[in-house]
Design a protein around this ligand. Structure first.
Ligand code: BTN
Length: 272
């Protein structure tokens, strides 16, 4: 069910129909041209195809629903039509692949800020490397995929899924998921505005952070870090105290023996 009532198959709800106009009004590079689709397999696949076929920097694919939406680590991303914000933005870059972890974090920060704006009374945090949480539950995720030749990344696709209007979730995720609508305590939420806010944040920070590291967004990142100061563990059996995120986007963890380690990827669990 969309926020506007039942959505007929193949339709796009009014708040998403306005997205190209609302985004264009902001005057950012990212978000234009915008391809607004009722249904697609995965907007990340659309953007990757666009990257191969010469789509310009900033091209963005937004879908009302996906048949094969995917998340990190082989998981699927399911969002009923009318409820989520599902999009992928293509940024043409030119950097060493070692800089790519910064992209997921700066995208996560842009999503965090947009969610916080839509739900001003909620505490919105980033869980390294790519989750955005409200009250410990996931409200959004970021999937970054790069187009790389040899030791150069030429393009990056930033796929974002945000639970916007959902008020209920399937049993397997009901205890882990939330939405902006739930966090906003009844306030009206507009997906076009959330999208425009995310793209504007990314537009402002992406290239600065790629060129100069995460230092310039350090204060915002630290304030939003859901893991810092908590005990964490990885799927590989490592664990320790999360001490923050370094300028390259790695999670800094102090092991029980006092040694500082840096984690580059993987799933992190908060120990309670
Ligand atoms: C995650 O939390 O694991 C990342 C989820 C990313 C989902 C979005 S929805 C739009 C874009 N298209 C996809 O297939 N995935 C991303």
């Amino acid at each position: 069910m969309s926020a506007f009532g039942p959505l007929r198959a193949g339709a796009i709800a009014p708040d998403l129909v306005r997205a190209p106009a609302v985004v264009a009004e902001r005057g950012c590079v990212l978000g234009r041209p915008m391809h607004l689709l009722a249904v697609t397999s995965s907007t990340n696949d659309d953007a990757r195809r666009g990257a191969r076929e010469g789509a310009p920097n900033g091209s963005t694919w937004v879908a009302e629903s996906q048949t094969q939406g995917r998340g990190r680590q082989g998981r699927s991303w399911v969002s009923p039509p009318g409820e989520g914000l599902l999009f992928s933005v293509l940024a043409r870059i030119d950097c060493h692949p070692s800089r790519l972890p910064r992209v997921a974090l700066v995208a996560g920060l842009a999503v965090r800020d947009a969610v916080a704006r839509a739900a001003p009374r909620a505490t919105v945090r980033i869980k390294w490397p790519n989750d955005v949480l409200v009250g410990g539950r996931k409200v959004a995720g970021v999937l970054v995929e790069a187009v790389t030749t040899g030791s150069t990344a030429h393009a990056v696709v930033c796929g974002v899924g945000v639970n916007v209007h959902a008020r209920s979730f399937p049993p397997d995720i009901v205890h882990r998921a939330t939405s902006i609508a739930l966090a906003a305590e009844g306030a009206v939420v507009d997906r076009a505005v959330v999208l425009a806010d995310i793209l504007a944040g990314l537009d402002r920070d992406l290239h600065v952070v790629l060129d100069r590291g995460l230092g310039l967004v350090r204060a915002r990142l630290e304030a939003a870090d859901a893991l810092r100061g908590n005990r964490v563990s990885s799927d590989d059996g490592d664990g320790g105290l999360a001490c923050g995120i370094d300028d390259d986007g790695r999670l800094v963890v102090r092991r029980m023996d006092g040694v500082l380690t840096r984690w580059s990827s993987g799933e992190v669990h908060l120990e309670h």
